[in-house]
Design a protein around this ligand. Structure first.
Ligand code: NAD
Ligand code: IPM
Ligand code: MN
Length: 350
């Protein structure tokens, strides 16, 4: 088939992990007899530098047209002096998510067997862990009014019942296909948005009698995640808590460089990106772990193009690389970003 997608490498390590993922996608296309129709565009800081806009019209038009977007990362110190929507993050990532209505952000955490003794935590904290974070991605404090006044600054956090309900439905639907447990994470002892969150989730839960519902406060959750992660199946949470908890989950998974994500709407549009950022501290050195980006590409194949076998072959390649120790330094290996991508590309071809 013709795989028409938008590729947005972005900034920092984005283009590095992106090149590795593209090598793997090319190998997949060769092996399975597909053609890649890649529409590559500038986004974030790179687009500010070249075209004076973090999300140029042609970039957005391609995303809308293909409806399948593979994104590296945006942002970095070079653009940190910029304010508001002039920033790479607020000017590209957030409008892409909002305008394409990508409200359901799915981030998995299932430590690979090969990493159980390489991760920063003890093996017994990791073994048996298999959860997915369902993060609300187009509401909350990220998108409320923000600004400055005489006294200081403000960021407003708002959620509508509809916004909470639709992400809760996604979480319960996913739980029905998994271990049938939803842990809803909020701060309902303090925040009114969290009280609405909890009430709404309870209403949705009534439609899923088979699914166990648990509520946890987000501060306690940060501790539970590191002490008994095995208890969780689907973790349902709002935008900012989901952002923070998934970086924490990367400690269980072994590295920031291994967790992919899919951001989905009700329609067929999907954006796929690693959970990590542009990692300015290691950019340009060939040190970045490309696995999260490669796995994001696999998710794009499965969720946007229905290519299950192709996605599975890439995932098998990632697992094989981990088992063979053909990995980057963050996981204790000695390969560069491109060598890791090439190793997995070879595996997929054969
Ligand atoms: P980061 O995720 O870029 O890096 C955090 C730490 O993890 C760093 O030490 C980094 O070296 C390491 N790391 C991240 N990805 C890695 C990989 N693939 N392999 C090995 N190590 C990896 O977070 P940060 O440093 O707080 O943010 C840097 C910039 O990235 C900021 O401008 C931020 O806004 C942006 N950011 C963008 C996205 C995105 O585009 N989706 C996500 C997060 C952060
Ligand atoms: C992420 C990132 C983004 C977020 C930033 C860069 C806007 O941290 O995708 O996890 O907070 O959602
Ligand atoms: Mn984040």
């Amino acid at each position: 088939m013709n795989i028409n997608f938008t590729y947005l490498p972005g900034d920092g390590i984005g283009p590095e992990v992106g090149a590795a993922a593209m090598a793997v996608l090319e190998a997949m296309a060769q092996k399975f007899g597909h053609t890649l129709e890649t529409e590559e565009h500038l986004v974030g800081g790179a687009a500010i530098d070249a075209l004076s806009s973090p999300l140029p019209d042609e970039t957005y038009a391609s995303c809308e047209k293909t409806g399948a977007i593979l994104l590296g990362a945006v942002g970095g110190p070079k653009w940190d002096h910029l304010k508001g929507a002039d920033r790479p993050e607020l000017g590209s990532l957030l409008p892409l998510r909002k305008n394409l209505n990508l409200y359901a952000n799915i981030r998995p955490c299932k430590p690979y067997p090969a990493l159980l003794d390489r991760a920063p935590l003890k093996r017994e904290r990791l073994e048996g862990t298999d959860f997915v974070v369902m993060r609300e991605l187009t509401g909350g404090i990220y998108f409320g009014d923000k600004g400055r006044d005489e006294a200081g600054a403000y960021d407003v956090c708002r959620y509508s019942a509809m916004e909470v309900e639709r992400i809760a439905v996604k979480a319960f639907d996913l739980a029905m296909q998994r271990k049938k447990k939803v842990t809803s994470v909020d701060k309902s002892n303090v925040l009114e948005t969290s009280r609405l969150w909890r009430e709404t989730v309870i209403k949705v839960a009534a439609r899923y009698p088979e699914v166990e519902l648990q509520h946890l406060l987000v501060d306690a959750m940060t501790m539970h995640m590191l002490t008994h992660a095995q208890d969780f199946d689907v973790i349902l949470t709002e935008n900012m808590f989901g952002d923070i908890l998934t970086d924490e989950a990367s400690v269980l998974a072994g590295s920031m460089g291994v967790i992919p994500s899919a951001s989905l709407s009700d329609g067929s549009t999907g954006m796929y990106e690693p959970i990590h950022g542009s990692a300015p501290d290691i950019a340009g050195q060939g040190k970045a772990n490309p696995l999260a980006m490669i796995l994001s590409a696999a998710w794009m194949l499965r969720l946007s193009f229905g290519l299950d076998a192709e996605a599975a072959s890439i995932e098998a390649g990632v697992e094989a690389a981990l088992e063979a120790g053909q990995i980057t330094g963050d996981l204790g290996g000695s390969l560069s970003t491109s060598q890791t991508g090439d190793w997995i590309a070879e595996y997929v071809k054969n």
